[in-house]
Design a protein around this ligand. Structure first.
Ligand code: ZN
Length: 93
C-alpha cells in the first residue's frame, strides 16, 4: 500500500516537533530564563513524555530529523533555571 505524500509529514507533527522548533517554543514561554543557552541538554535527560532514555532521540521523522518532545525541553529548561537560581543564591551569600 502506498502512503500519500501529504500524510508522511503529518504524523510526526502531532507527535512532536523538531529540536529547534520545540526549543524555541519552550524558550518563548519562559521569560524568566536567565541566559541564552540551556546549561542542561534535553538529550541528557530521559523524556518524561515517551520515557525514552538519555542520549536517545524521541523519534525520527521520515526525513531523518531527530524529534524531541517539548516536555523534555521544558524539563531541561526548568532544571536550567533551578541551577541558575541556586547559583544566584550562592553568590548572594
Ligand atoms: Zn519523548
Amino acid at each position: 500500500m502506498w502512503l500519500h505524500d501529504d500524510c508522511s509529514d503529518a504524523w510526526w507533527q502531532d507527535f512532536g516537533v523538531s529540536m529547534e522548533q520545540s526549543a524555541l517554543m519552550a524558550l518563548s514561554r519562559m521569560p524568566k530564563l536567565r541566559s541564552e543557552v540551556l546549561a542542561v541538554s534535553p538529550l541528557s535527560l530521559a523524556c518524561p513524555f515517551c520515557k525514552v532514555g538519555p542520549r536517545l532521540d524521541c523519534a525520527n521523522t521520515a526525513g531523518g530529523f531527530a524529534v524531541v518532545h517539548v516536555a523534555r525541553i521544558k524539563k531541561a529548561a526548568t532544571l536550567d533555571s533551578l541551577n541558575a537560581s541556586r547559583a544566584a543564591r550562592k553568590r548572594d551569600r
